[in-house]
Write a protein that binds this ligand. Structure first.
Ligand SMILES: *[C@@H]1O[C@H](CO)[C@@H](O)[C@H](O)[C@H]1NC(C)=O
Length: 160
């Protein structure tokens, strides 16, 4: 009965493999995403510095972290020179010239979104506001005022 004993050995072998697979899978029960770094409720920054807003999530499988806009869309790729998702889950605002200010990019709300095969979670809104830096005040004294030597003079500095 060589055939039967061979079959039994094979059967035993498959049983051991099945047990091993179960043991390995038992260590890695899928877990839904959970934020390990939640973004702050608001972020202000200057056009000259730009900003990086962190967001990270854990779970099994490791969640994918993306940012969405107020209306729930992904951050658009045609504005990636102004704002984009980074590989590590951060949202990056690139320094920009004053003429590149866009309300729908620089003065709006974003949310961080983490997904894996178990589910998706979305952060509270992050209110973002970029201000144009005012480092280049043009200071100009009104020099056409005549003052008697030794007296105090009022100099006016109009700031644009
Ligand atoms: C930011 O805006 C100011 C003017 O408001 C400008 O002078 C400055 O160059 C801008 N920064 C950058 C990085 O372009």
């Amino acid at each position: 009965m060589a055939f039967t004993s061979h079959g039994m050995v094979l059967g035993w072998y498959f049983c051991v493999v099945a047990l091993l697979v179960t043991a390995v899978k038992g260590n890695d029960t899928p877990r839904g995403p959970r934020f390990s770094r939640t973004p702050p409720p608001s972020v202000s920054f200057s056009n000259s510095s730009g900003a990086t807003i962190d967001c990270a999530a854990e779970g099994d499988p490791l969640p994918t972290v993306r940012w969405i806009t107020e209306i729930g869309d992904q951050v658009r790729s045609d504005v990636s020179h102004l704002v984009h998702d980074r590989y590590d889950g951060s949202l990056v605002f690139v320094p920009f010239r004053s003429e590149d200010f866009r309300r729908d990019v620089h003065d709006t709300t974003y949310r961080c979104k983490a997904s894996n095969s178990v589910g998706t979670i979305i952060s509270p809104p992050v209110k973002v506001k970029a201000a144009l830096s005012k480092s280049n005040y043009e200071m100009r004294f009104e020099s056409d005022k005549h003052v008697i030597r030794g007296n105090a003079a009022l100099l006016q500095c109009p700031v644009p």
